[in-house]
Write a protein that binds this ligand. Structure first.
Ligand SMILES: Nc1ncnc2c1ncn2[C@@H]1O[C@H](COP(=O)(O)OP(=O)(O)O)[C@@H](O)[C@H]1O
Ligand SMILES: [Mg+2]
Length: 613
């Protein structure tokens, strides 16, 4: 968000958000704050009365009245404090309500991003990080600002009359200092928010290094390669850069603020000098002098509060713009409206061209491919050939730049993304293991059957994981986390092995029994031969009659596929059944010969360079 009016718009948006989230609390907090704001002035006025009574020339003071006034002033001051605390309590509750509301909306919005583009854009990551902080801060900050300003203005207003009565020019002098200070703080706030924005990327880097130094999954490599200091130095470097940027801005701010403080002191000194001189001349009473001193101190402290609040509010308003940016970010990948029906004829990729970035290399350069309904397709190709990219396009994380993907003859773009994904079950190559129980890790594959014991046990059995689970004391209730305890005991969870994790991810996908299309991206790369054999045997049964795509380097596993497609240089170079392709002289036959050779003992693939022959 740019332009001069942007901060004002952001402030309005933040306040209206605060009103929606915690309007009632805000009004109540306001009222209490107003009441407590007038207390000091009232107490000061009562004290003046006492002093005037005691020092009135000639007349003997009425002791009862003086005591009563003194007690009343103490009571008013104390009562004001109590009301102030109550207001503060309400303000905290309001702040919590606002934070909850904002986070709720922000994360709903993030969940609304259907594609992956935004999650791969560093500038967006910066904004997102700021948005999170600003979302938590700004509305509460602005509410606090409004409250503090109201409180201070009420306080100032009650003293302005006093100052005017005692020495009229004092108000003007104080106003000049206040206005200048506000202007200075607005500049400081602008520089601060610019610095915070510029520092975000550095901070994210620092957090990344911090994670590398503390994460359980990274700890092994960091130790075996001795990377600890390497990452620590980089982390500290990022922190130093951020500190330097901050120190520069803060130093300049401190110089400006000190100047303002000095100006305030000079004005106070002038006023006090004048009033004391007038008291000596007998123009004003001793009580007036006390009241004047109290008033000057109170007005200056209230001004200081306002000025400080202006700076904080202006800064968080500017940062709140990041939140608006995220909330109002246009949809990078427009959603369709159609609901795809059960797959009847098949999925067709028609001259599909795709690259991840506008300036990046083409990954797919005109892929033509048909996945017939009810058939199993095997996808083969070297690392980086674009197999996983095709998976991502089928799930519609991106749209092809050219060409189309058709589901029963209709472009995927015409369908609602959520409805399309409901029909697809995918096991990604880079699957995720969540810090949840095994039951939940599998169950999240079909949220509507999350707690369904039969469903997750069946999926685990299909994936060949049931035996492994049975060996664990807590079985399906085992927590897969070394970072958290089980809910019911201070007992850490466990980590599974790589191959077990892979079967876990497979089981999760198999929870989607009713999926029309099942996609398995290298589901067996980490499995031992026995597990692999089991998985492919059960998967073979499971896939028969279902539409499925299997990506694997184990060409033996491809035998069962109805059709195999070989991808190279961004296009389909071969297609056929396993037998047809092996019989040919193409890429597949070459790969197959190589794999077969690697199992023969005397093969050159097994020879150790320089070793015994
Ligand atoms: N998110 C991404 N952003 C940019 N490039 C990517 C991304 N994902 C993959 N690529 C690139 O696309 C190419 C194909 O990757 P991929 O489809 O994962 O290959 P594979 O056939 O091994 O599954 C690779 O060169 C990879 O570097
Ligand atoms: Mg891949």
């Amino acid at each position: 968000m740019t332009g001069r009016l942007a901060p004002l718009r952001a402030a309005r948006a933040a306040l209206s958000l605060g009103r929606r989230a915690a309007g009632g609390l805000a009004v109540a907090a306001f009222a209490l704050t107003m009441v407590s704001g007038t207390a000091p002035a009232l107490a000061g006025w009562l004290v003046k009365k006492v002093i005037d009574d005691l020092t009135r020339p000639g007349g003997a003071p009425d002791p009862g009245r003086a005591v009563w006034l003194g007690v009343a002033s103490a009571a008013v001051a104390g009562g004001g404090l109590v009301v102030g605390y109550a207001g503060g309590l309400l303000a905290t509750r309001m702040q919590n309500a606002v934070t909850l509301h904002v986070q709720e909306r922000l994360y709903a919005r993030i969940n609304g991003f259907a594609g992956l583009h935004r999650f791969e854009d560093p500038a967006f990551a910066d904004r997102l990080r700021l948005a999170e902080d600003a979302a938590t801060d700004a509305p509460a900050m602005l509410a606090e600002f409004t409250l503090a300003v109201v409180r201070s203005v009420v306080g100032i207003a009650s003293f302005v009359a006093v100052l005017h009565a005692v020495w009229p020019p004092m108000n003007a002098l104080l106003a000049i200092v206040a206005v200048t200070a506000v202007a200075v703080q607005l500049t400081v706030a602008r520089r601060e928010s610019e610095m915070i924005q510029a520092n975000t990327a550095t901070q994210r880097r620092q957090l990344m290094y911090r994670r590398l130094l503390t994460d359980h999954a990274v700890a092994k490599e960091v130790r075996v390669f001795g990377l600890g200091d390497f990452f620590r130095v980089r982390m500290l470097g990022a922190l130093r850069r951020a500190n330097q940027a901050e120190a520069g801005v803060r130093t300049r701010a401190a110089v400006l603020q000190s100047g303002m403080a000095a100006a305030g002191a000079v004005v106070a000194a002038i006023g006090i000098g004048v009033v004391i001189a007038r008291a000596i001349r007998g123009d004003v009473t001793a009580g007036d002098v006390t009241l004047f001193l109290t008033a000057v101190a109170a007005v200056q402290s209230a001004t200081l509060t306002i000025v400080g609040q202006v700076q904080a509010a202006a800064r968080s308003t500017r940062l709140f713009a990041s939140y608006l940016d995220v909330m109002e970010a246009p949809e990078a990948m427009p959603d369709g409206v159609g609901v795809p029906g059960p797959l009847r004829t098949g999925i067709v990729l028609e001259d599909v061209w795709f690259r991840y970035d506008h300036s990046g290399p083409w990954i797919l350069k005109g892929v033509d491919l048909t996945i017939p309904a009810g058939r199993s397709l095997g996808l083969v190709g070297r690392n980086g050939a674009g197999k996983s990219t095709i998976v991502k396009l089928l799930c519609r994380f991106y749209d092809p730049q050219r060409g189309r993907i058709l589901w029963d003859g209709v472009d995927l773009r015409a369908y609602s993304v959520a409805d399309l994904r409901r029909r697809i079950a995918t096991a990604f190559q880079d699957f995720q293991v969540y810090d949840l129980t095994i039951a939940e890790n599998i169950g999240v594959g079909a949220l509507d059957r999350l707690g369904d014991r039969t469903a997750y046990a069946r999926a685990a059995a299909l994936a060949g994981l049931d035996g492994d689970v049975a060996a664990l004391p807590r079985r399906y209730e085992t927590l897969l986390s070394r970072a958290f305890f089980h809910d019911d005991a201070e007992e850490a969870g466990v980590s599974l092995s790589g191959g077990q994790n892979q079967r876990l991810a497979l089981a999760r996908t198999l929870m989607r029994e009713d999926a029309d299309l099942i996609i398995l991206d290298e589901p067996s790369s980490g499995l031992d031969p026995q597990a692999e054999h089991h998985v492919y045997a059960t998967l073979g049964e499971y896939r028969s009659g279902r539409t499925s795509v299997l990506i694997s380097h184990r060409l033996g596993a491809m035998r069962g596929a109805d059709l195999i497609v070989v991808l190279a240089d961004g296009v389909v170079v071969e297609r056929g059944t396993h037998e047809e392709l092996v019989a040919g002289a193409g890429v597949y036959a070459g790969l197959y010969a190589l794999q077969a050779a690697s199992y023969r003992e005397d093969s050159p693939a097994h020879a150790v360079p320089g070793g015994p022959r």
